[in-house]
Design a protein around this ligand. Structure first.
Ligand SMILES: [Zn+2]
Length: 116
């Protein structure tokens, strides 16, 4: 199994430390304490309102894609259909973040008079 942060082999650092509460056990494969710490920082533990809005848009795009397929049984999807589904989700999320950034830039430009 590979580390979630880098391509090295995972060794499950901190996997079963007894002094930690059960909720704090890290189940992510990691090669080292450094990579484990990096992974912890990369996770979206507490999404902010902008990220939540982006998730809603990604969900809407996923729903639109499923509607366009006309088949809700994901077990029967082909690999290209799965790829397109994931692309719809990722694209919806990223697009939402970009649109929100553009709107924030425009609003900041109105206040400061400096175009961003
Ligand atoms: Zn690593």
């Amino acid at each position: 199994m590979r580390c979630r942060t880098c391509p090295r082999l995972a060794r499950h650092w901190d996997w079963f430390l007894r002094y930690r509460g059960i909720r704090l056990h890290w189940t992510v494969p990691a090669c080292s304490p450094v990579c484990l710490e990096l992974w912890k920082g990369r996770r979206m533990i507490d999404p902010n309102p902008i990220e939540l809005a982006a998730m809603r848009q990604a969900g809407a795009r996923a729903g639109d894609y499923i509607d366009s397929l006309g088949r809700t049984d994901m077990a029967g999807w082909s690999e290209p259909e799965w790829t397109a589904f994931i692309a719809a989700i990722c694209g919806g999320y990223v697009d939402a973040l970009i649109y929100q950034q553009l709107a924030a830039n425009e609003a900041a430009g109105k206040v400061t008079g400096v175009p961003f």
